[in-house]
Design a protein around this ligand. Structure first.
Ligand SMILES: [Zn+2]
Length: 125
């Protein structure tokens, strides 16, 4: 009688944020670090935190150090929240709607937009 060969299940893999090596997900070392450029796709309580994934502790430490030196800028975080609101769900057409979707007040939205525009200009030069 023919027996079907069972195919080996592929192991879930992870990618190291530092060296880009792939490795089994259960061997990953992970940690959240403060990062004002990071707005979580679905959980806004994780806004301002970035989940680092590394292949080993030494690489996680290098990544930690990089984010430790990176300034945490409130306007950058607000801009990330605005970008998320504008790229997901129904369009926000007014400042009030944008405020409801982001939890930000109008002055914060204005400062975030000004920050975004300043950084867009410096990137384009
Ligand atoms: Zn690595």
């Amino acid at each position: 009688m023919w027996k079907r060969r069972k195919r080996a299940r592929p192991l879930p893999l992870e990618l190291c944020d530092l060296c880009a090596a792939t490795f089994p997900a259960d061997e990953a070392v992970r940690e959240y670090v403060p990062d004002s450029s990071s707005a979580h796709a679905t959980r806004d309580r994780y806004d301002g935190l970035r989940l680092l994934t590394a292949c080993r502790e030494e690489h996680l430490e290098e990544l930690r150090e990089t984010y430790r030196r990176r300034p945490f800028v409130e306007e950058e975080l607000w801009a990330a929240k605005i970008t998320r609101a504008l790229t997901t769900g129904p369009p926000a057409l007014t400042l009030t709607q944008l405020g409801c979707r982001t939890g930000l007040h109008a002055p914060e939205i204005r400062r975030a937009i000004a920050w975004h525009n300043r950084h867009r200009q410096t990137r384009e030069q």
